[in-house]
Design a protein around this ligand. Structure first.
Ligand code: S3P
Length: 434
């Protein structure tokens, strides 16, 4: 399933529930493992990233059973119940798993090691290990500040009052999680709002979380009480269909039970600014998170200057947004998005190379890109560089292509969106995987 081929044209229609939210699924395993009692998770994302988190906690002695599709039961070990793993913990492709676990492991009495695949092994980790060291943790990285990470257990942690340099929910979460084992208060101030699933779920598990604007604090020494988690569909996965249906004439789709936490809905705001027709229907709450059905239909898109305050709120959706921009009238300009360069791939460069290969005029900048919109894509061949979101974004480009598009290195689609090919075909994309 390494290469995708998408035939040109078509439209998207029908209803779909995309798989569970990746960020929430990771956190459900982590907090469930640290809680007292049994946590039942429904709608869990059975993608490779979240399975890596699940296996890591199993390796630390937590009983976790997969009881059905998306159904997981965790017998919580309590905040002090984790055991030393027998081998290095392999986080695969997942930056979230590695960075959040780093915060958890910093508070343990045992030594541990975190490793990952080629992509993860090149990603910056000092953004978590430096502030954790300030709390008293001992963590070794490679010379370049990348994995493997060796966490030396038994170091007493003290609370901190940390101001984040980059708007990163992973760093914020790692510090707050380490704060559970720290002496005193751990406070994190973020430069711009980022996803707040950790804060919401800690509170849902009975942990006191103080939030005051950009500042969030926890006091060490508390306990977590098991609580059911209903994971909504991932807006980051829904985003491919929001874009696909927007760019393909005649399309109309309903995406069901999608998480619409306001720290995640930047993609809706950006696409609407471009002229997209997206309706948010039946808003409700599930497990402490807002959810809704999203209805989208084809629209004439126009190029925009993307407001910088929306960047952290749409951080994972830019590959898909770039595809929309290539189909819009006029130029789309993104700035203030240098973080895209340190995701699963350098998403600015890899997307620019792919867009250029498909006949789109674009210019790369250190912190963003300018994309000249037009009449879609020529056919051709692009390389996703093993980046799941880039592979799925270029699959949607097929809807507005004039010849087939071949996308190489797509196996990692399974990290976040198992079943993508079947679901996309069902919706109308003429996609084959081989
Ligand atoms: C995530 C936070 C974001 C995002 C990632 C998931 C999380 O990363 O890109 O896919 O679950 O906390 P950063 O916090 O590094 O921006």
């Amino acid at each position: 399933m390494n290469t995708f081929t998408v035939q040109p044209g078509g439209q998207l229609s029908g209803r779909a529930r995309v798989p569970g939210d990746k960020s929430i699924s990771h956190r459900a395993i982590m907090l469930g493992a640290l809680a007292e009692g049994e946590t039942r998770v429904t709608g869990f994302l059975e993608g490779a990233d979240c399975i890596a988190t699940l296996e890591a906690f199993r390796a630390m002695g937590v009983a976790i059973e997969r009881t059905g599709p998306g159904d997981v039961r965790i017998q919580g070990a309590g905040v002090h119940g984790l055991k030393a793993p027998a081998a290095a913990l392999d986080m695969g492709n997942s930056g979230t798993a590695m960075r959040l676990l780093c915060g958890v492991l910093a508070g343990q009495v045992f030594d541990s090691e975190l490793i990952g695949d080629r992509s993860l092994s090149g990603r910056p980790m000092r953004r978590v290990t430096d502030p954790l060291a300030h709390m008293g943790a001992h963590i070794d990285t490679s010379e370049a500040g990348t994995p493997p990470l060796r966490v030396h257990g038994g170091a007493p942690l003290r609370g901190t009052d940390h101001v984040l340099k980059v708007a990163s929910a992973q760093v914020k979460s790692a510090l707050l999680l380490a704060g559970l084992w720290a002496d005193g208060r751990t406070c994190v101030t973020e430069p711009a709002p980022t996803r707040d699933h950790t804060e919401r779920m800690l509170a849902g598990f009975g942990y006191r979380v103080e939030r005051d604007g950009p500042r969030t604090c926890v006091e060490g020494g508390g306990r977590l009480v098991a609580s059911p988690v209903d994971v909504p569909a991932d807006i980051s996965s829904a985003a491919f269909f929001l874009v696909g249906a927007s760019i393909a004439t005649g399309s109309r789709m309903r995406l069901e039970h999608v998480g619409i936490n306001p720290t995640r809905t930047g993609v809706i705001d950006i696409l609407r600014l471009m002229g997209a027709e997206i309706r948010v229907l039946d808003q409700r709450e599930a497990g402490g998170e807002p959810v809704a059905d999203l209805e989208v239909e084809a629209a004439t898109l126009k190029g925009i200057q993307i407001p910088e305050h929306l960047v952290p709120l749409a951080i994972d959706e830019f590959p898909a947004i770039f595809v929309a921009a290539a189909c819009a009238e006029g130029e789309t300009v993104l700035t203030g998005a240098e973080e895209l360069r340190v995701k699963e791939s350098d998403r600015i460069q890899v997307m620019a190379d792919g867009l250029a290969a498909l006949g789109v005029d674009c210019a790369v900048q250190p912190d963003g890109i300018r994309i000249q919109g037009g009449d879609g894509f020529t056919g051709g061949e692009v390389d996703s560089h093993g980046d799941h979101r880039i592979a799925m974004s270029f699959a949607m480009a097929g809807l507005r292509a004039r010849a087939p598009i071949r996308i190489r290195d797509c196996a990692n689609v399974g990290t976040s969106f198992p079943g993508f090919v079947a679901l996309a075909r069902e919706a109308g994309l003429q996609l084959e995987a081989a």
